[in-house]
Design a protein around this ligand. Structure first.
Ligand SMILES: NC(=O)c1ccc[n+]([C@@H]2O[C@H](COP(=O)([O-])OP(=O)(O)OC[C@H]3O[C@@H](n4cnc5c(N)ncnc54)[C@H](O)[C@@H]3O)[C@@H](O)[C@H]2O)c1
Length: 380
């Protein structure tokens, strides 16, 4: 397989996540370490670019993304910058013949998005969006079931993406609250995700009837500042939607969902069956089949959970049965070990903890043999 060398443009919240994910790919799919590499990184300031390169472990860094595009050792760029720069960077990347992986939303408006789609087509480069939620195995399974006609004629659907990220009026302004940089508010930021999931599963939307609002209209210009600035994007967007088939849906998008940490879910109702997905439980797809017998006493009818878990095609590690966060908890466990070495601090879980578990297992075996309670020494 030819090696792919990435130029990462933008290294904020999501740039870091992309960098970590590229590094993980060889482990997930059993590939040589150098089959995917980040060859360079660009941010807006040379100090942040240098710090990013140090984190990533790449030699090249720049405060001008065009310097990345000029390099022969970069095959593809990954655009992780605020929304108002996607168009300019994508057009320049296409002109430079680089493949493009671009964060959502694609652009600030339809005109920009159209010219980006045309540019990558004309340049014959590969261009992909980061609609990452599509890639939960449960979503892949939902797509297969819908394509196989499992739910039958779709009556209606309901999508929601609520977060609580902006409920405090003290939260200061940021680029996500400025239309000139973000293009749109919750609708663009969160809405692009849930709308893409519904579009991926159900196809084109034919029409919408929406209400958008800004519940907190002024915010401090910076943390602890008494000066405020107007918020000119929505923080809540409720849509009624209609598909070409006539199926009706609602989509709720909000940054003002108190208690809704990252609350994405959808339901699809058809005349033969129904599907439900909830990001809080991403290992499972909930399905309902009207063809299940409902006698006696309900038979086996009812929503049930399909164990999609971690079934990624071609994955070598981790094992498919592991929950989606399995790699993350290993990283945390290792990080605690490394910090204990660096800080000369006690480890946890320690060998003493391991010893106590060993004693419990030993006692269980002996208890099973003798048929009696076996006492266990305290770990302390
Ligand atoms: N898919 C997801 O789950 C997800 C999650 C968060 C953000 N995003 C998207 O990712 C993008 C970035 O969001 P973020 O939260 O990482 O932003 P951020 O503000 O944390 O980071 C932005 C980065 O882009 C850099 N940058 C800005 N303009 C640049 C330019 N012209 N050239 C080079 N670098 C530039 C900044 O220096 C910074 O490193 C947005 O489009 C956002 O919608 C997607």
């Amino acid at each position: 397989m030819p090696k792919i060398r990435i130029g990462l443009i933008g290294y904020g919240g999501i740039g870091r996540v992309h960098a970590a994910a590229y590094r993980a790919i060889p482990f997930h799919y059993g590939l040589p370490a150098n089959s995917i590499s980040i060859a360079g990184v660009a941010t807006t300031r040379s100090e942040t670019a240098e710090a990013a390169a140090a984190e990533i472990g790449c030699d090249f860094h720049t405060d001008d993304y065009r310097a990345l595009l000029a390099r022969d050792d970069i095959d593809a760029v990954d655009i992780c910058t605020p929304n108002n720069s996607h168009h300019e960077i994508a057009l320049a990347a296409a002109a430079a013949g680089k493949h493009i992986y671009c964060e959502k939303p694609l652009a600030m408006n339809v005109a920009e998005a159209m010219s980006m789609a045309e540019a990558v087509e004309a340049a014959r480069v590969k261009a992909q969006m980061t609609f990452n939620f599509r890639f939960f195995p449960a979503i892949t399974r939902a797509k297969q079931l819908l394509e196989a006609g499992f739910v039958g004629r779709i009556f209606s659907f309901r999508g929601r993406y609520h977060r609580s990220s902006y409920i405090s009026s003290d939260k200061p302004m940021s680029w996500r609250l400025r239309r000139e940089i973000t293009g749109g508010g919750a609708l663009f930021d969160l809405g692009s995700h849930i709308l893409d999931l519904l579009y991926y599963l159900l196809g084109d939307f034919a029409a919408v009837n929406a209400t958008l609002d800004t519940l907190i209209k002024e915010r401090p210009i910076a943390a602890d500042s008494s000066e405020t600035a107007p918020v000119d994007v929505d923080d809540i967007a409720f849509l009624h939607a209609r598909l070409p088939s006539g199926a009706l849906g609602t989509v709720e998008i909000s940054r003002m969902g108190t208690g809704a940490t990252n609350d994405l879910s959808f339901e699809i109702f058809g005349d033969q069956g129904a599907l439900r997905f909830d990001l809080a439980e991403p290992a499972w797809l909930h399905v309902y089949d009207t063809r299940d017998a409902d006698v006696p006493l309900g038979g086996r009818r009812g929503f049930r959970k399909i164990e999609a878990v971690g079934r990624y095609r071609g994955q070598r590690a981790p094992d498919w049965t592991m929950s989606p966060d399995f790699m993350r908890v290993h990283a945390e466990c290792q990080y605690q070990f490394i910090r204990a070495i660096q800080d000369d601090a006690p480890t946890a879980p320690s060998f003493v903890d391991g010893l106590h578990i060993q004693r419990i297992m030993d006692a269980a075996e002996r208890s099973s043999e003798c048929g009696a309670w076996v006492r266990i020494e305290s770990a302390g």
